[in-house]
Ligand binder design. Structure first.
Ligand code: TLP
Length: 346
């Protein structure tokens, strides 16, 4: 029986074409700048994002860390959301490795931070304070219902950052999902950021890898910081070949994942004992809650797993499901049938 794994879009497996591209990849030593496939991917990615240069890194976590290390010196401050992935789920790397001081402010349920909160968080020049250097945004926003931040919002944060001499980094792990949901070119979401990291290994189905983009000078500094972290890879065309496939052939199908997420959310809304805020669903990530005294989220996860359906528990009563390549509308209906069955037995 096929397992319907909705824990994350990180579980996607490479397509057949990717496997073939990996097999045939032309290779060289990338630390010497001589891996032709990696060079090609970086060129395609920079063009696609509308930035001067790009660099492939091992993961989204490494991408964010390399970017923050390249923007901030030790003791400098980054303003970021209290629900951001970098603050919650990257093992405190920015402080542990970079000595970068995180200044968190509240994320709203739509993934934004209020402009007035950002403004209030920017330090004045006083020797007691760390220096504010950077603002981090996340698009789509994982913890905030997979919401897509609009170009208008990004522009308003960029305006504030420019006025106050700060830079902007975008954790765009799923920025192509944001562009698809908003019906805009991805460049519209990137142009307001000085740097962006995005993942090849989530909805785009590559087995490994993320990309960071920025100016030529920024990427030169990032290349050095990637090396510091041990992320200088050699015949990295093995990974980059799948990345090229991902960028060229896997972006346009993301809308299908969003349709499946809506289908799943609407089905969940009909199941007694589960509750979901349907108006929050925009992309491929949905959160839902237990509304049943008999059953905890943990029990639901266990019972579903016995029926070959996997969802992620993110709190005592809260769960997450993510749609992705390899999950069809039929799979969604099977997952919903399993959920109904489990909840009916509670
Ligand atoms: N997110 C993973 C988990 O770490 C929670 C997931 O399953 O959603 N930025 C954002 C917005 C992310 O959601 C993630 C991964 C990353 C960065 C880190 O990417 P990786 O896992 O490649 O280091």
């Amino acid at each position: 029986m096929k397992t319907i794994d909705l824990r994350s879009d990180t579980v996607t497996l490479p397509t057949q074409t990717m496997r073939e591209a990996i097999y045939h990849a032309e290779l060289g030593d990338d630390v010497f700048g001589e891996d032709p496939t990696t060079n090609r991917l970086e060129k395609i990615a920079a063009e696609r994002m509308g930035k001067e240069a790009a660099l492939m890194v091992a993961s989204g976590t490494m991408g964010n860390l390399v970017c923050l290390l390249s923007h901030c010196r030790r003791g400098e401050e980054v303003i970021l959301g209290d629900q951001s992935h970098t603050f919650l789920y990257e093992a405190g790397g920015i402080s542990a490795v970079g000595g970068i001081h995180p200044h968190t402010i509240a994320n709203q349920p739509d993934g934004t931070m209020r402009l007035e909160d950002i403004e209030a968080a920017i330090r004045g020049s006083n020797l007691h304070f760390p220096r504010s250097r950077l603002i981090c945004l996340e698009n789509t926003h994982n913890r905030c219902n997979g919401s897509a931040l609009t170009p208008k919002y990004m522009e308003s944060v960029a305006k504030l950052a420019r006025e106050r001499g700060l830079r902007i980094h975008l954790d765009g792990a799923r920025v192509f999902n944001a562009a698809a949901a908003l019906g805009v070119d991805v460049k519209e979401l990137i142009r307001y950021a000085d740097s962006v990291s995005f993942c090849l290994s989530k909805g785009l189905s590559s087995p490994v890898g993320s990309i960071i983009c920025g100016s030529n000078d920024f990427i030169a500094e990032a290349r050095r910081n990637r090396k510091v972290l041990g992320g200088g890879m050699r015949q990295s065309g093995i990974i980059a070949s799948a990345g090229i496939e991902a960028l060229e052939n896997m972006v346009d199908r993301l809308a299908e994942d969003h349709e499946n997420a809506h289908r799943l959310a609407e089905g969940i809304a009909r199941i007694p004992g589960l509750s979901i805020e349907l108006n929050r669903i925009q992309t491929n990530i949905i959160y839902f809650d237990m509304a049943n005294d008999q059953f905890t989220a943990e029990t639901l996860v266990k019972q579903l797993s016995g029926r070959a359906v996997k969802v992620l528990q993110v709190g005592p009563e809260r769960l997450r499901a993510v749609t992705h390549y390899g999950i069809s509308a039929e799979d969604i209906d099977l997952a919903l049938a399993a959920m109904s069955e489990v909840m009916a037995s509670s």
